[in-house]
Ligand binder design. Structure first.
Ligand code: CTP
Ligand SMILES: C[C@](O)(CO)[C@H](O)COP(=O)(O)O
Length: 391
């Protein structure tokens, strides 16, 4: 009878780090608890691993303030650990909480909820083949530049560069030892591993394995989870109304166009009452506040500011929330100046800023028959309606 060597069957554990604050994503809740395709982001990320037969256990690292949110997002009984100030500290806490039987670990960002199964499979396969470390990545497809002060200062050769993704997989004793002496500022676990001399094999990444980092990433992820034909039709309208009083000056600015006049409009910014109105209509359609909330008049940085800044912010916000602006209609109410002769350039300017065809931009004007404050020539009022369609 021959002796066969005793080998421990591999136990691959998944460790999901979910203790960040998601500051770049904004949106109220930390991003891993925001809803996506009918469930919390963290729930999707956990299912990537709990649904696999080749992953034996799961630990989720959360922020101590998020216990209630985590309870709602994760199945009862999910093993939790409390995270730290940095991602590396959170990983270290998770490594300490893995079951004793674990031989390997897949360390994954909660913020990557759409990782294709094949990407995880590729990392596991590399570990099974004996790699001490393995991580998915994609080649860099755009040219790379270094820049300063808004200008390019150098082209950066991209040969051999990769865009790192997760899960990053390791033999457990090796990565535990590496984390024990890891630099706190390490961006990921491959950096920690390399610092400790661990060789990391690059496996195949996927474009769908992107990290939810900025607001627009949520609309992209939502679009991927729900086929267009199954998405409920979401058409919004928003209205805006604004008034500015006349004061000293030699022109007024309406829809970004300067119109000569023996007086100006008073206001904290450039007092473009028509553009403010359209901006407010967009915020209204999104149910996301108003111009004063996003650009408080008490903030000195907006003194004399071009209102294009405000309109661009609202347009970008609509886009990042997954909406296309399809139409806007603005009515200017005043006895003077005569708006009609300027309506063409005003439409063109609004179309340019909003990224719309001019045929979807309407600017018109009316007097108030000499009635009320506009009739007495005390100021200009404007109202607007915009239409947004979920894209
Ligand atoms: N102290 C930290 C910081 C980050 N993470 C986790 O690491 C992953 C990737 O980090 P990132 O996208 O930078 O998330 P946040 O730190 O939350 O984002 P931001 O930097 O925008 O605040 C996320 O799943 C995040 O929850 C963590 O567990 N503990
Ligand atoms: C871990 C990571 O997702 C790999 O790409 C990335 O390093 C996290 O970086 P961030 O600066 O915390 O967004």
């Amino acid at each position: 009878m021959t002796d066969t060597p005793q080998t421990t069957p591999p136990h691959i554990a998944a460790l999901i780090v979910a203790a960040g604050r998601g500051r770049r994503a904004g949106g109220g809740l930390p991003k891993q608890y925001r809803r996506l395709g009918g469930g919390a982001v963290l729930g999707h990320a956990a299912r990537l691993f709990s649904a696999r037969a080749d992953v034996a256990s799961l630990v989720v690292v959360i922020h101590p303030d998020d216990a209630a949110l985590a309870k709602e997002a994760l199945p009862a009984g999910t093993r939790l650990a409390m995270g730290g100030e940095s991602r590396a500290a959170s990983v270290a806490a998770g490594l300490a909480a893995l079951p004793d039987a674990a031989t390997h670990v897949l360390i994954h960002d909660a913020a990557r909820p759409l990782t294709p199964a094949a990407v995880i499979g590729g990392v596991i396969e590399a570990l099974h083949s004996g790699a001490e470390g393995a991580a998915p990545a994609l080649p860099v497809s755009d040219a790379l530049w270094r820049g300063a002060g808004g200008s390019v200062t150098a082209a950066v050769p991209r040969g051999g560069l990769s865009r790192a993704q997760t899960p990053q997989g390791f033999a457990l004793p090796a990565i535990r030892a590496a984390h024990a002496k890891a630099p706190a500022e390490a961006a990921d676990d491959v950096e920690v591993a390399l610092a400790a001399g661990i060789k990391v094999v690059i496996t195949e990444g996927h474009e769908n394995n992107f990290k939810l980092t900025y607001p627009a990433d949520f609309a992209r992820a939502e679009g991927m989870l729900t086929p267009k034909e199954e998405r409920p039709m979401d058409i919004r309208t928003g209205n805006g109304f604004d008034v500015h009083r006349f004061g000293p000056g030699d022109h007024v600015t309406l829809c970004g166009v300067q119109i000569p006049l023996g007086r100006g409009l008073q206001g904290h910014s450039d007092a473009d009452v028509a553009m403010h109105t359209v901006t407010d209509a967009i915020y209204g359609a999104l149910a996301m506040g108003d111009i004063g909330q996003h650009f408080p008049p008490s903030d000195p940085q907006w003194r004399g500011a071009a209102s294009e800044i405000f309109l661009r912010h609202a347009v970008d916000l609509a886009r990042s929330e997954g909406f296309t602006i399809t139409h806007m209609d603005c009515t200017v109410i005043c006895e003077f100046p005569k708006v009609g002769p300027h309506a063409g350039p005003m439409r063109a300017e609004m179309a340019r800023i909003m990224g719309l065809d001019v045929s979807r931009v309407s600017v018109k004007a009316t007097t108030s028959e000499r009635l009320g404050f506009t009739g007495r020539g005390e100021g200009i009022a404007a109202m607007a309606t915009v239409t947004l369609v979920a894209s």
